[in-house]
Design a protein around this ligand. Sequence first.
Ligand code: ATP
Length: 369
Amino acid sequence: MGRIQFDHLTKQFGETVAVEDLTFDIEDSEFLVLVGPSGCGKSTTLRMLAGLETPTSGDLYIADEHMNYRVPQNRDIAMVFQDYALYPHMTIHENIRFGLEEEPGYTEAERDERVEDVAETLGIDDLLDRKPGELSGGQQQRVALGRAIVRDPEVFLMDEPLANLDAKLRTQMRTELQRLQEELDVTTVYVTHNQTEAMTMGDRIAVLNDGRLQQVGEPLELYHAPENQFVAGFIGEPMMNFLHGDRSEEGFVGEYIEYPFDERLDRSVGDTDDLVLGVRPEAIDVRHADESASQSLGPHEFRMTVTVTETHGDQNVVTLTHPEDEANHGAVCAVTDGMHIVNAGESVIVTVEPDAVHVFDGETGEALC
Ligand code: ATP
């Protein structure tokens, strides 16, 4: 079936290594999201799968068959791009049917029937006589999907298919695409640079940076156990806070903050000197400080000053600095419950529990825990 294997796959354009030594498998029927910043090699990977680029070295298999040199028409894949590329002079029916153009073995009546089935699945069966110009963006995107699924391919490749839709429609189409993928049960490789899309849609996510695979895993695995600082910073919104510092006998010492380690942190960090402490904004507890007394603080509590509070309704995003950090070098972001409002200028007490702390090797970026 539609299992995909990347075996030390590399693609170079002259001096530029677009994809380097990519090695991992995508299981049959899996929804795999390929995510990473601009220029990290996502589209090149997808284009190699589609047969639009030939790998420089390594091997690519789809359904156990070697694909490196096979032409796109013989790959049994269907691709959906961010621009829908519909033919404006054709009706929706003709546009979807165009997906079957190269497919042998269908009678004329079967082709029409197939188009109608697909249109029904996508909820566009009442639009079949219209032209693309008479459809909304979301409807056009459904037609583009229809043209891809009408062939019943082994693999779907999607390159930012929702990028041109407005925020509300994008959220709606995400759910719809997931439902569709489950229903059709077809291996899907979905490219995006949007980490929210990756987190909400993928069975697994593969994170790329600079042509190299950083980590592949289930969304929550990447969120809770990132293997390096890049993945930790890329997955999660607002992004993880990073504090640079050194190993001390008790734990971590940064410019303004000392953080004693518990046994888990102490053991995992060992004697690595150069450290980066990582804390997710949602793992920081913020409470009003008692102005009147000099409250004594626990080992994992800090007095900080609120510089900005952004109110989002269900939650607030709060920016904090250490009172001595006048230049605001080490601002930290925290997320609080929507009902819990702290104001700019206010002094607060911040708690970070050790089990919510990640530590990275400051030199290599590798996660120590
Ligand atoms: P984006 O999110 O911006 O689309 P991407 O992650 O899809 O980026 P790619 O388009 O795969 O990235 O590009 C990876 C690298 O390869 C980039 O440095 C890019 O400039 C380079 N590259 C891609 N295609 C070519 C080409 N045809 N010739 C030369 N360099 C290329």
